[in-house]
Design a protein around this ligand. Structure first.
Ligand code: NDP
Length: 322
């Protein structure tokens, strides 16, 4: 089968299309004929070596396809089922081994590509608004990169809960996308001062929570956009990692809370995975959540997909189509 691998970490040109042996499932695992792989920022961190992997490594965490074979002891899935997942290393490949407790059956009403596109960013948005900071009606949230993959999903989920979303974006087209997702206020953080604008928009009260997946470039402004006892959920580093930080700073800024969560710790059990993926699928099926596919690439063009994602050119979800 084909697999997109790295033999050494680096820029997008280290991604190679390799012919590798078909995998076979062990106990508790599914072998899936992959149809779509999701392209996520974590894939670029793994490719570049920021998150090191044993080499050679097949890139990719997310996808959707049809179950081809079951490992020993697997229950609840059958050969031929359509499934989707967000946490299976090696997903940029024709066939993928997925742990059964990290797989979700795709409801009949949801197309396979939408399921692939929804899993990682959908469950991330879900845990951020339920388990990291429980967003409530009346809250004000600042969402950075509001037209990105996570951004468009979390903005819709927050808005539906009655949260006022202030979204940051870098272009007018992205501003339109964030507004369509429900953002009430837009800050062009490429040209406007975020703290000044947040202060103006909230009449000085500032935000209950900031969801920041941009990292280095936005971090200080995120802290200063919070009201006393506000929460900063720093969940990514699209602009680079945040440098070491003096915790003492949280006190004068208003006894702030700060956390650096990651999806794997919020889908630790089958039940938790089912809860989050089930809610995401229910929202899609009911029309409450729209998944925007911002780009489709052939498997062989994974390098181009990474280039586009890292260049800030994209909005919504990027998929590799097998
Ligand atoms: P996005 O589609 O949001 O792409 C990243 C966006 O960040 C860009 O489109 C851009 O939007 C903005 N950005 C700002 N500065 C930069 C920069 N210097 N380089 C690149 N992008 C920049 O990606 P994802 O939805 O896949 O992921 C968003 C973030 O969430 C990532 O940091 C990712 O690692 C993180 N993440 C974390 C998870 C977790 O559990 N912790 C799970 C999933 C994602 P604009 O042009 O508007 O500025």
């Amino acid at each position: 089968m084909r697999a997109i691998r790295i033999h050494t970490p680096g820029d997008t040109d280290v991604l190679t299309v390799d012919a590798v042996a078909d995998p076979s499932p062990e106990a508790g695992e599914l072998l899936v004929a992959n149809e779509f792989a999701g392209v996520n920022f974590i894939d670029t961190y793994q490719r570049s070596g920021r998150y090191p992997l044993p080499l050679p490594a097949t890139i990719g965490m997310e996808g959707a396809g049809t179950v081809n074979a079951l490992g020993e002891g697997v229950t609840g899935f059958s050969v031929g089922d359509r499934v989707a997942w967000a946490w299976a290393q090696g997903s940029y490949a024709d066939q993928v081994i997925v742990s059964a407790d990290k797989a979700a059956l795709i409801p009949d009403t949801i197309p396979t590509d939408i399921a692939a596109a929804a899993m990682l960013q959908g469950m991330t948005s879900h845990y951020l608004i339920t388990s990291v900071y429980e967003a409530k009606k009346g809250d004000i949230a600042l969402v950075h990169a509001a037209a990105g993959g996570v951004g468009l999903v979390i903005t819709q989920m927050l808005t539906r809960r009655g949260v006022t979303v202030i979204g940051t974006v870098s272009t007018e087209k992205k501003a339109q996308a964030a507004i369509e997702a429900g953002a009430t206020h837009i800050i062009r953080y490429d040209s406007e001062d975020v703290v000044e604008r947040v202060t103006e928009i909230t009449d000085g009260a500032k935000c209950h929570v900031v969801y920041d997946g941009v990292g280095q470039a936005t971090f200080d402004g995120s802290l200063e956009s919070l009201r006393p006892r506000g929460t900063l959920a720093l969940f990514g580093a699209a602009s680079g990692p945040v440098p070491p930080f003096d915790l003492q700073r949280l006190s004068p800024l208003g006894s702030l809370f700060i956390t650096r969560p990651t999806l794997s710790h919020f889908i630790q059990t089958f039940d938790e995975h089912q809860w989050r993926s089930g809610d995401v699928f229910d929202d899609i099926a009911s029309g409450a959540l729209t998944i925007t596919i911002g780009g489709r690439y052939a498997l062989e063009d994974a390098a181009l997909a990474h280039k586009d994602l890292e260049s800030r050119a994209t909005s919504g979800k990027l998929l590799l189509d097998m």
